[in-house]
Design a protein around this ligand. Structure first.
Ligand code: SAH
Ligand code: SF4
Length: 370
């Protein structure tokens, strides 16, 4: 174990945890305020640069703590402006983080796990197996790195990151505590100050964790539905066998009913040719969602080498959208972004040392049926 590994990493600590940490050091809680601003607003990871912190405290911190984020091993910008980072974590595995600029808005797509334990049939992350959960420091570290990449332009009116979506690699609700800590830092005024409406957790439907989430936060929620009935969803999202659609939609309703203000769920629907893209699927979906205040985001399937699925034609996707619009829904089609650098939804793979047998099984199948 290295000396750094024995020290406490402050990067992933939300305000209350950092305050409690300073108390254990015999220091005042307000020190947390200073540290949060240095780390997150100014991107500083060297205690010596923290000029409003006393020299003796800086020396103390150097003995017991570190500010340690992921290491960037790849940084490329697509021709449409989408930027992708591959970030290496401490055990040598890496995850991908994507920034999607769109006018005034900059949406950062953040990973929560190295790989994913759920094996959705249309997702390349799922195909690579699973290594481990990311720590809170590694999750917020992705925002920290992305923000630092724009530091020369700060302070200024430009805010490169206005929104964060937990839609990178992994299922965020399978890494509950670390994701909640990281989201709290995203929303913390002393850190990134992003409003709760602009932090979105996307889930494939871990029902008990949706209820648990409602007790601790009020971020925006996106549900990866992808099918209007259980028979079809079982084929696309294996987790559906454990938590079928009716339970998932009931939990989604409960989540929003607890909020004091009216807010809508986002329903994500990856449209796959010949699977779930027919007008009758759209009619069935419109019927299914009748009682849920929601907007629908249609994601044309993004291909990846190991998949036989195909993206439907734009016409077919528009027809699908039209059925939903006619039924009174706001339904948008997400334009694939950054697919020339494999940064689009479902294309993120990182470098996963698979600890399940899944990637192996998958590679064997490929070899038998090239
Ligand atoms: N695990 C979470 C968040 C990560 S996936 C979830 O499943 O919601 C983010 C979104 O991308 C999900 O809606 C997911 O279903 C979708 N997605 C995955 N693979 C895709 C692909 N190949 N093409 C288009 N969308 C995909
Ligand atoms: Fe995991 Fe989401 Fe991919 Fe499913 S779609 S395998 S839950 S990352």
């Amino acid at each position: 174990m290295t000396a750094a590994a024995e020290k406490t990493n402050l990067l992933g600590m939300p305000r209350e945890k950092l305050e409690a940490y300073f108390e254990t050091l015999g220091e005042k809680r307000f020190r947390a305020t200073q540290l949060l601003q240095w780390m997150h607003q100014r991107g500083v990871d060297d205690f010596d640069q923290m000029t409003n912190v006393s020299k003796s405290l800086r020396e103390k911190l150097k003995q017991v703590a570190v500010i340690h984020g992921p290491e960037v091993v790849y940084d490329e910008t697509s021709k449409d402006g989408t930027r992708k980072w591959v970030m290496r974590m401490d055990n040598g595995n890496s995850v991908e983080t994507v920034l999607i600029p769109d006018g005034e808005r900059g949406t950062l797509c953040v990973s929560s796990q190295i790989g994913c334990t759920l094996d959705c049939t249309f997702c390349s992350t799922g195909k690579r197996g699973f290594n481990r959960n990311l720590t809170a420091a590694e999750i917020i570290g992705q925002v920290w790195v992305a923000r630092k990449a724009f530091m020369p332009f700060l302070p200024g009116p430009e805010r490169p990151i206005t929104n964060v979506v937990m839609m990178g690699m992994g299922e965020p609700l399978m890494n509950f505590d670390n994701v909640v800590d990281a989201m709290n830092l995203m929303m913390e005024d002393l850190a990134y100050g992003i409003s709760k409406r602009r932090v979105t957790l996307s889930t494939s439907g871990v029902v008990p964790a949706i209820d648990k989430l409602a007790e601790v936060t009020d971020v925006s929620l996106a549900i990866s539905l992808h099918a209007p009935n259980d028979e079809l969803r079982n084929k696309l999202v294996p987790l559906n066998k454990k938590y079928p659609i009716a339970e998932l939609l009931a939990a989604t309703k409960r989540y929003f009913s607890r909020l004091p203000e009216k807010r809508k769920a986002t329903i994500e629907y990856t449209v796959i040719e010949g699977m779930n893209d027919k007008p009758e699927h759209a009619h069935e979906l419109a019927e299914l969602l009748r009682d849920l205040p929601c907007k629908i985001n249609l994601i044309p399937f993004n291909p990846f080498p190991e998949s036989d699925f195909r993206r439907p034609s734009m016409n077919a996707t528009r027809r699908f959208q039209a059925v939903l619009n006619e039924a009174g829904y706001v339904a948008t089609i997400r334009t694939p972004r950054g697919d020339d650098i494999d940064a689009a939804c479902g294309q993120l793979v990182g470098q996963v040392e698979d600890r399940t047998r899944r990637s192996q099984r998958y590679i064997n199948v490929q070899q038998v049926n090239p």
